[in-house]
Design a protein around this ligand. Structure first.
Ligand SMILES: [Fe+2]
Length: 263
């Protein structure tokens, strides 16, 4: 499993699951700032890990108290990229310097040997302006295809959400005028037949005059609206799709929904 956080020190190492000893190879890449990991899994002698990466610390800078007191402004915010890194975990002994050790057909990520035990990794960039990634967590640690997240091309405060397909590289979107959606949370259907068989829950702050905020239910496959539940309360801007108020939390909605699916 790769290390979580790279800032300033631009290398990662892998630990063997069996004894948590580090394998000998060190993996280098350019410096980046990572808050959120999408998923990680193994495939045919490679560890693949997907992250949302920033090239600088402008996101941190926005949250200094002095900046917040001026009001939420993010003109200098540099948008993140959804990146896939692939770390070959087989030995590089006998491999020529300059050779790419990534042998997977479905990715453009590379890990080029610089010298014995040192690989320089270049990520595959899936898309830009995508944050707060969620997958079907039945696929946590396994190869996933679909990712749900916030679109943050224009601002860190997302007005749109998307479903991203890592195979076709296509995104499908949901948005509504004057609405701020939360991180989308995928809930699988009991006995689901595919990875995206389920619903996506989103709490939506609605600033249209006279209208209530709501919990939105989207079809996991089509990303089309299935239903919405209006909430006669002010929804706060949440963190990771969870609200602090129990009665309007998505956890409760998830439980309600999964209960409904059972009958
Ligand atoms: Fe976070």
């Amino acid at each position: 499993m790769a290390t979580a956080y790279m800032r300033g020190v631009n290398w990662a190492s892998c630990l063997k699951q069996k004894d948590l000893q580090s394998i000998e190879t060190k993996y280098y890449t350019g410096a980046m700032v990572v808050y959120h990991h999408v998923n990680a899994f193994e495939d045919d002698g490679h560890v693949i890990f997907d992250v949302i990466a920033y090239s600088d610390t402008s996101l941190y800078d926005m949250f200094y108290m002095s900046k917040l007191k001026e009001g939420f402004q993010d003109e200098s915010y540099s948008q993140p990229s959804y990146k896939r890194f692939v770390l070959p975990v087989h030995s590089d002994k006998g491999v020529a310097v300059g050779e790419d050790l990534v042998k997977l057909k479905y990715t453009t990520a590379s890990a080029v040997k610089e010298k014995e035990g040192k690989l320089m990794c270049q990520a595959e960039v899936f898309c830009k302006g995508f944050e707060l990634p969620r997958i079907n967590y039945d696929f946590n640690g396994k190869k996933h295809r679909f990712v749900y997240g916030n679109c943050v091309e224009e601002s860190a405060l997302a007005k749109e959400i998307a479903k991203f397909d890592t195979e076709t590289k296509e995104r499908i979107f949901w948005s509504e005028e004057n609405c701020l959606p939360s991180e989308p949370v995928f809930i699988p259907r009991p006995n689901a037949e595919s990875e995206d068989d389920g619903v996506v829950l989103v709490s939506v702050i609605n600033s249209n005059p006279g209208q209530l905020s709501f919990i939105l239910f989207l079809d996991g496959k089509t990303f089309k609206e299935v239903a919405r539940a209006y909430v006669d309360a002010k929804l706060p801007k949440d963190m990771h799709g969870f609200s602090s108020r129990k009665e309007i939390s998505q956890l409760n909605c998830a439980a309600w929904l999964s209960d409904r699916f059972r009958h």
